[in-house]
Design a protein around this ligand. Structure first.
Ligand code: ADP
Length: 426
């Protein structure tokens, strides 16, 4: 059976988010980082492939060409639907990448009908009268108005899209969504062509929308819209009623946590972890003096990796980070720490019997993933909302949990470790 659904996500953590949603609903999911044609990955025994691009803040032309390359590859895999995943706060640059990417995908897929639905109720993102709200606050009045890369100064998606697409745009009200799958599908059918901005306030609305849009080859939205697809595919008999097992299992091996994020959430997770387990702090200044600091950290891992998880962290209070940055420069300091994390990951896997690595920090995760040469990750069970365990594609059974800084409860590291002790992931 070929892949049913192909998702194109405009950033890495967004890709993991939608992959996690699909996995939760019973799909077998593979995440590929970057242009899949260049990675040489052959998807096997998966229902969905999610391609993680970095197209959110790219120049429009690159965002379009990367998205088209991903779409072409997905079509070669035989996907029946393509899902363009963007942020639930509809982040797009001033020039607007979302509209041009939708236009290009519509042309490539030889269709002229799709929906736009970034709503993510569980995270407080709702769409009403085509206006996007963040925990009840209009998008343009939320913290997103000051975002350094994609400031959102209009909450109305119709107006935002008008400047970005050449297609006809049509609002679909929440009342129309309430009329149910059959009526909504009829509405889509009667409209024939256009981009429909569909209101959604709760998860049930998203399931209704996904089912009503069953004839569309292109869907666009936030990760939450994808939650309706597995049940639709089962109804259409594209997938078996019972989820297939993907045989993912943690290997016998040690667990290492690498924390490079200095966010409040990560720092409290470190504190919580260190109350029960051991860890070592990275001295960034010492790292700049040569190889001894790296050796000290490696020895710690070598001597302590075992039944209990261990932690290596660079995370520190803002005033201490500021001192390091003043001495070394912001970029140099960040790169030193990231390179150190990458080295530790490689050595731990190849020499110290570590099989499970939990990484805290977006940039830090990127450094570790590239160091491990990971073109693709098979998605495992969720540890906490939006953060699943993932498994390196290929013969090595290495598990990675990649957490962006602010995600997760205080017990996140312990919760992630506990899952490895239970052994299998279904
Ligand atoms: P987040 O997801 O919280 O933004 P990231 O990993 O993306 O976390 O970013 C944290 C950055 O801070 C990384 O570049 C990391 O190398 C850097 N960093 C972490 N600890 C220190 C430190 N002690 N001194 C200087 N830079 C640090």
């Amino acid at each position: 059976m070929s892949v049913l659904l192909g998702c194109i996500a405009d950033d890495f953590t967004g890709a993991t988010d939608i992959a996690s949603v699909l996995k939760r609903e019973g799909m077998r999911v593979l995440q590929i980082n970057g242009n899949p044609a260049e990675q040489g990955v052959v998807p096997q025994n998966v229902d969905a492939v999610v391609i993680a691009l970095k197209s959110r803040t790219q120049p429009v032309n690159s965002a379009v060409s990367d998205s088209l390359a991903a779409c072409n590859w997905l079509l070669e895999q035989g996907v029946l639907q393509v899902f363009f995943k963007y942020c639930s706060t509809f982040d797009s640059t001033k020039e607007g990448n979302i509209g041009p990417v939708i236009d290009a995908l519509l042309t490539r897929l030889k269709t002229d009908q799709t929906i736009v639905c970034p709503s993510y109720p569980i995270n407080g993102r709702t769409l009403y009268a085509s206006n996007l709200f963040v925990h009840g606050v209009p998008l343009a009045e939320s913290a997103m108005k000051d975002h350094p890369l994609t400031p959102m100064t209009d909450s109305n998606l119709i107006r935002l899209l008008e400047g970005q697409t050449k297609h006809f745009i049509k609002p679909i009200s929440w009342q129309q969504v309430q009329s149910g799958v059959t009526a909504l599908a009829k509405e889509f059918e009667s409209l024939k062509t256009g981009i429909y901005v569909v209101d959604a306030l709760v998860d049930e609305d998203l399931v209704t929308i996904a089912h009503a849009a069953k004839d569309m080859t292109l869907l666009t939205g936030g990760a939450a819209l994808a939650q309706g697809l597995p049940s639709l595919y089962r109804k259409l008999k594209w997938m078996k009623a019972q989820p297939e097992t993907d045989g993912l299992k943690f290997s016998q091996g040690h667990t290492l946590i690498l924390a490079g994020s200095c966010s409040t959430a990560t720092r409290s997770q470190i504190e919580y972890f260190l109350a029960s387990y051991s860890g070592i702090a990275i001295d960034a200044i010492a790292l700049s003096h040569g190889g001894e600091e790296l050796q000290r950290l490696e020895s710690f891992i070598q001597n302590n990796a075992g039944a209990d998880p261990i932690l290596v962290y660079a995370s520190d209070a803002p005033e201490n980070i500021a001192k390091v940055q003043a001495e070394l420069g912001v970029e140099v300091a960040g790169k030193l720490v990231e390179d150190c994390m990458a080295q530790l990951a490689i050595k731990s896997v190849s020499e110290y019997g570590v099989n499970n690595i939990i990484v805290a920090g977006g940039e830090t995760s990127g450094a570790v993933v590239s160091a491990l040469g990971t073109p693709a990750l098979v998605i495992g069970d969720e540890i906490e909302p939006g953060v699943p365990w993932t498994f390196l594609e290929g013969e090595k059974n290495i598990a990675l949990a990649l957490k962006s800084g602010n995600f997760g409860s205080q017990a996140f590291f312990v919760n992630a470790f506990d899952m490895t002790c239970k052994g299998g992931v279904k």
